[in-house]
Design a protein. Structure first.
Length: 227
């Protein structure tokens, strides 16, 4: 009898509070491989805190979190870092691209300092995202939407279990936002669970499922409102 794979992410009662009182009060969440999920919420609602918790950047103050079936609560700091490196790709708002590297080099840098051996993988993924002609372009030569797609490619190139994107359409026009969403959907098609946080209802509507954060509490959104 073949066992089905565990969910990419399973969180129950996940919480974290900063000294100011802001943060995440409660999140119950389940993500499967190959799906895209949006989390909507106003500034200060806890969206970036949720990304940091799921990305193992912050340790939860309460609740449980399983990544690929592994309870991360019992992991040491070094073990959390290793899991993040192997299983999680993150697209932060500031992107973190290196201006002295070409587009493909920025993507391949996800593999570490000996990234040159991964040129074929990086260029292939950029081609899937419509960036083949710009593989050798420097960061300053790229538009905002193109930089976002390079950042998505870097997060996805190692085929992680989970891809997280913090406001991936921020500051982009509609055409570029749709291009970035296409890139994130490509991550899901490659087998990753994709979670993005956004202010943009159009971006959220393009995902398979939606959640909303209000006053630090995460709730699923169904047709007609929260549940």
């Amino acid at each position: 009898m073949t066992r089905s794979a565990p969910p990419a992410v399973e969180a129950a009662g996940l919480s974290f509070r900063y000294a100011s009182g802001a943060g995440l009060a409660r999140a119950d969440l389940r993500l499967e491989a190959g799906e895209t999920v949006a989390v909507e919420g106003a500034s200060g609602s806890g969206k970036s805190t949720l990304v940091a918790l799921l990305g193992l950047i912050l340790a939860p103050a309460g609740g449980t979190l399983r990544i690929g079936g592994t309870d991360v609560g019992g992991l040491s700091g070094a073990e959390r870092d290793l899991m993040r490196s192997r299983s999680i790709g993150i697209v932060l708002q500031d992107l973190g691209l290196l201006p002295f590297l070409d587009a493909w080099e920025n993507v391949a840098a996800a593999f570490g300092p000996r990234f040159a051996r991964h040129e074929e993988e990086a260029r292939s993924l950029l081609g899937e995202l419509g960036m083949e002609r710009l593989a050798h372009a420097r960061v300053e030569e790229l538009s905002g939407g193109q930089r976002q797609r390079v950042a998505v490619a870097r997060a996805a190139v190692k085929r992680p279990l989970l891809v997280l994107a913090d406001e991936p359409s921020s500051g982009l026009d509609r055409a570029n936002a749709e291009g970035v969403m296409g890139a994130l959907r490509s991550c899901a098609a490659r087998g990753s669970a994709v979670l993005l946080v956004t202010h943009d209802p159009a971006v959220a509507a393009a995902c398979d499922r939606r959640y909303a954060l209000e006053d630090g509490v995460l709730a699923a959104v169904r047709e007609g409102g929260l549940v």
